[in-house]
Every structure is written in structure tokens, then in C-alpha cells.
Unconditional design. Structure first.
Length: 520
């Protein structure tokens, strides 16, 4: 079915001057929502006023950066009136120098939607026709083929967004149903006429933070779900290790009032009998990767509200340059394309997420080691009898999880501190926001891989604990999770290749397949 045919079955996200949220962008990215441009007369009139104001300035021989001047350090170069119309074409043409892997179709949909959101604020001097053309790309599933590398995050995402500008005009290539197609051909076959950009429209499309903000929206959704999955894994690890649920006691956490940390401890209390006193003969205190898990996961949980605030403020901003105030009849030159808030958010998020990978790696180390796992077999091998000698359980999986964790930790160096002076020292302080966002997504990917490994591990550990102590039964929530995992992953007795199980669990994590936790 063609993407346009699905529109009536999807949640519709309206683009106008109202505020959008992260979920709007993520749903458009993953194909569960469609975008439409408001037909409210007052909205369309507000957009038209900006374009009309620029037209009037041009007729009156006004000097407008990026319209009657060159770009960046070339702002001192005056463009002859007869060449003004060609200037936007040159902007996206000379920025066609990206490299690296292409953004995925989902990431590209998010980038398009975020740029549309900014232009709809009405301060960019663009036409309604441009906004409609952007929506047409989403409606017809014509996604610019955008290289992911080449942006320093100020003046925004110039090089990545040049690929959007070019496709709107029928140049370069698009993804269409997963295939690379020349943009001119794809537009023609969809019955879409290539756009001729008005004087400021190339700058308005490209001079903003859409790529980094789109990636940040997608990173946020993944990070939020990981807090829940890692908490559930911790509960299962505690059970498998015959740990102490009293470490998550409500009174204990009432005296350290970080709300996210308290929330994680509350989730653990839903999974474990935290009000029971320590059992005689049992180790009084579990090792830190279990006992302090709320304090580790809680850092990300407490960061999520301000991360959302920074990302959504950027999403709902006019972030190109210059800003066109049509009502006040001002052209305001500034630096709203600077992606510092997204850079800091992504650098911070990847640090907190990588700590989740490290936490899980340490939990796995306890679970597979017969010196520390309270009676479970070495490497959690389920084989008994003579064949136990040749079976090695999760030995190799623990090595892989450690490798993924190390790579995630290596990537926590903040990108935002590596500002470079570029473009003849005009862009002499830049945000590196897009690099930070790309790094954060890679850290999330690696942490999800560690999470998949731990899901296999705790599924195996809980099964072995119940086999060792048949009278010990998990709480209902843990048993439900065991049932869900058991449907995907068989208990490991005879050694087997685990890559298919890992890939299936990664799909489950990224689809947010498990409904985890009600707020306490």
C-alpha cells in the first residue's frame, strides 16, 4: 500500500503555530502518525505575511542577509538584483557535500517534520506553498537521501538540510519504498511539481537545528523506555541472585528525595517483596549493581523531564536566521540556529544511558559467576549430567555484552566541547549538536544490545533459581515478564547460537513491546 493510502488510518498531527511534543515527531518517524498543514485562515495568513513583507522589502531595495547578500562570511557581498532569484539554488547546491551513512527513513521523516514545525511558527519568511511541498514529501513517502555527517550544528544543520531543499526542487535522490530514486523522477511520478524557491526559502530550510532535534526526539523515546526495561531486568536479577528486596524499601528512599530515583525504587517494589525483613543467614547487603540500581537508573529518570523540556523547546522554536517579524516589520539578525541546548541534552543523555549499560554489565558479571550468584551454575548453563562438561552457557554472551558496554562508555566524551572555528571564522563557535545526537543514538544502540543480552541472562537466571528452589516463586509482574521472555527465548541447556534471540529481543525493545510499570 502506498504511504498516502494509509493517511486516513493514522493519527493526524496538525502543523501550525501550536506546540508539538516529542511523541508527535516520533510517531511520524515510525509511521504511526501523518502530518497535515492547518487550513485555518489565520495561520495561513500569518505565514503569507512574512513572505509578502520580504517581497516588499525587495521592491524597496532593502538589504536582507541571505537574500540580497552572500551567506555567512560573504554577508558583505552584495548580490545584484537580477541574481537574487538564483541565490537559494546556489546555497543548497554548494552544501551538497555530506558523507557517511544516510539517515534512516524513520530519522529522515523526523527531520522533515521538525523542519516543518519550525517554519510553521511564521518567523521565517517562507510561503505557504513551501510548507505544502514539505507535507507532500511525507504524504507520498518521498524521503530525501541525507548523509548523516557534515554538520557542526551552527549555522544549524546546513549540509544535511540542503538535501531536503534540493529534493523539494526536484534535485538529488530520495528513498521511495526503500529504494533510491532520482528526486525528479519520484516527484513526477507522484504528480508533484518541483518547487522554485523564493529568495529566503533556501536559507529558511537549511539554517536551523532540524536534524539534531529530530534525532534527539527519537533518542528521548528510546531512553525513556530503557529506564523501564533496565529496572525490570534489575528486579529479575535480584530474584535470580536471591538478593535482598529490602534495599528498595519505601522508607529508605523517602529520605533521599530525587523523584526519578524514588520512582525507580517504587517500580522495583512492584516486582519484589521489599517490605520483608532480611532473611537469617542471607548476605545482609547486595553488591552495588543491585543495591544501588535505583541510584544509577534514577539519574536518567530524573534527567528525562529537563531533557524533554530542552528538546521540545527547540522543536517549537523558530531557529533560522534572520528572523522575520512581519507584524513589526523587522528583520532580526541573530544566532537561533545554534544547537547548544540539543548538544548539551545529547551529551548528558548518552552519559546517563551508558551508565545503564555499565550497570547491566556488572549485573551480568555477578549472575554468570558461581562465586557470586548464590548457588547457580557457572555461566548459567542449564545442562546437567555428563554433557554439562562440554556446555558453556552464557560465557561468550558475557564477553559480547562487555564489548558493547566498553564501546558505549568510550563514546561518552562530550561532543559539544569540540567546537571548531569554521567558514572563515564566521562560525567561530559551533555547537556540535548533530554529532552529539548521533553519538547518543549509537550509545543507545549499544546499550539496547547489552539490554538484550541481559534479558536472556535474567530469563535464564530466574529459570535456574526456580529449578534450584521450587518453592521460590516470582511476584506476578516478574512471572508475566518471564512468560513473555520464554515465548521468545527458550531456556539454554545445550549450547546454541544466541544471535537470533538477541536480534528478536532488540526488535522487542525498539518496538516497546512490553508494557512496563504503572507510576507508583
Amino acid at each position: 500500500m502506498h504511504p498516502a493510502d494509509l493517511k486516513t488510518t493514522l493519527r493526524a498531527v496538525r502543523f501550525d503555530r501550536e506546540r508539538l511534543n516529542i511523541e508527535d515527531i516520533v510517531d511520524i518517524a515510525n509511521g504511526s502518525a501523518s502530518a497535515f498543514l492547518s487550513d485555518a485562515p489565520e495561520f495561513r495568513a500569518a505565514i503569507a505575511r512574512g513572505a509578502d513583507f520580504l517581497d516588499r522589502l525587495l521592491r524597496e531595495d532593502g538589504t536582507i542577509y541571505g537574500v540580497t547578500t552572500g551567506y555567512g562570511d560573504s554577508c558583505t557581498v552584495t548580490v545584484p538584483p537580477e541574481l537574487v532569484a538564483e541565490l537559494p539554488h546556489h546555497l543548497y547546491t554548494y552544501h551538497g557535500c555530506g558523507l557517511g551513512e544516510y539517515f534512516t527513513p524513520a530519522q529522515t521523516r523526523a527531520i522533515i517534520a521538525v523542519r516543518l514545525a519550525s517554519l510553521c511558527k511564521g518567523y521565517s519568511g517562507v510561503s505557504v506553498e513551501l510548507l505544502e511541498q514539505i507535507v507532500r514529501l511525507l504524504e507520498h513517502g518521498l524521503l530525501p537521501l541525507i548523509p548523516s555527517e557534515g554538520s557542526v550544528g551552527a549555522s544549524g544543520d546546513l549540509t544535511p538540510l540542503s538535501y531536503l531543499a534540493a529534493v523539494l526542487c526536484g534535485e538529488r535522490e530520495v528513498w521511495r519504498d526503500g529504494v533510491h530514486v532520482p528526486a525528479a523522477q519520484a516527484l513526477a511520478e507522484a504528480g508533484i511539481a518541483p518547487l522554485r524557491l523564493r529568495p529566503k526559502e533556501g536559507l529558511a530550510i537549511m539554517n536551523g537545528t532540524a536534524a539534531m532535534t529530530a534525532l534527539a526526539c527519537m533518542a528521548y523515546a528510546r531512553a525513556e523506555y530503557l529506564t523501564r526495561v533496565v529496572t525490570r531486568i534489575t528486579a529479575m536479577a535480584s530474584f535470580a541472585l536471591d538478593g535482598n528486596a529490602h534495599h528498595f524499601n519505601a522508607m529508605l528512599f523517602s529520605v533521599k528525595p530525587h523523584p526519578g530515583q524514588q520512582c525507580v525504587a517504587g517500580w522495583l517494589r512492584q516486582d519484589l517483596p521489599a517490605d520483608q525483613p532480611p532473611r537469617n543467614g542471607k548476605r545482609l547487603q547486595d553488591r552495588y549493581s543491585i543495591r544501588c540500581a535505583p541510584h544509577v537508573i534514577g539519574v536518567l529518570a530524573d534527567a528525562l523531564p529537563w531533557l524533554r523540556g530542552s528538546i521540545e523547546n527547540e522543536l517549537n522554536s523558530a531557529n533560522d536566521n534572520p528572523i522575520i517579524d512581519a507584524e513589526g516589520e523587522h528583520v532580526l539578525h541573530g544566532g537561533h540556529f545554534y544547537g547548544g541546548h540539543i548538544a548539551f541534552a545529547m551529551d548528558s543523555m548518552k552519559n546517563a544511558v551508558a551508565n545503564l549499560a555499565d550497570l547491566l554489565d556488572r549485573q551480568m558479571a555477578l549472575l554468570v559467576d558461581s562465586r557470586y550468584n548464590n548457588g547457580l551454575p557457572a555461566n548459567l548453563s542449564g545442562m546437567q549430567g555428563p554433557r554439562a562438561a562440554i556446555n558453556h552457557g552464557l560465557k561468550a554472551l558475557q564477553i559480547s555484552a562487555s564489548a558493547w558496554t566498553a564501546e558505549a562508555l568510550k563514546l561518552t566524551m562530550p561532543a559539544s566541547v569540540f567546537s571548531r572555528s569554521t567558514e572563515c571564522h564566521n562560525q567561530d563557535k559551533v555547537s556540535m549538536g548533530t554529532i552529539a545526537a548521533r553519538d547518543c543514538l549509537r550509545v543507545l544502540e549499544l546499550t539496547e544490545q547489552v539490554t538484550a543480552a541481559l534479558l536472556i541472562t535474567v530469563r535464564q537466571g530466574v529459570w535456574l533459581r526456580c529449578r534450584l528452589n521450587p518453592s521460590t516463586m516470582p511476584e506476578a509482574s516478574l512471572q508475566a515478564m518471564m512468560d513473555a521472555l520464554s515465548a521468545d527465548v527458550k531456556a539454554i541447556e545445550e549450547d546454541r547460537r544466541l544471535e537470533p534471540d538477541l536480534r528478536l529481543l532488540l526488535d522487542r525493545i525498539r518496538a516497546r513491546a512490553w508494557n512496563l510499570y504503572e507510576q507508583e
